[in-house]
Design a protein around this ligand. Structure first.
Ligand code: 5GP
Length: 118
């Protein structure tokens, strides 16, 4: 069972403009920005604007909006950025590898023969 949403998590603070981010895309329901410790060139994150801890509590509407934005950026990685492929990752709760407790989906452009950084 997951804990409550923490209004002061780092992505909530980015959404409120209290912390800077390199914004890539924004619409009514979602926000996309560069990952601060990229595992590959162009590594970015998509988050819902509505407070959601992870995939276990997000409502279906926010989840659908997030995935529409993920698809936009994944396509942009291929067409605009020349990626050969795209890795999508998403972690839930500490045991699942989650570190920041506001739902986020990783988009990592991939290039033939290039491994992800650790
Ligand atoms: P996760 O919860 O998916 O395991 O990891 C959180 C991700 O958020 C990591 O890839 C990390 O580099 C990124 N991250 C953590 N803090 C910040 C921040 O302050 N700004 C940005 N842009 N990314 C962050």
């Amino acid at each position: 069972t997951s804990a409550a949403y923490d209004n002061d998590n780092i992505f909530a603070r980015i959404l409120r403009g209290e912390l800077p981010s390199h914004k890539l895309y924004e619409d009514a329901d979602t926000f996309a920005f560069m990952d601060i410790m990229p595992r590959g060139d162009g590594h970015c994150l998509v988050i819902p604007k509505k407070p959601s801890r992870n995939i276990l509590d997000v409502d279906a509407g926010s989840l659908a909006a997030v995935m529409r934005t993920v698809q936009k950026l994944a396509r942009a990685a291929k067409t605009a950025f020349g990626a050969d492929g795209v890795t999508i990752q998403q972690f839930n709760e500490k045991a699942g590898g989650q570190v920041v407790f506001h739902l986020h989906v990783h988009i990592i452009p991939r290039f033939d023969g290039v491994a992800l950084r650790p």
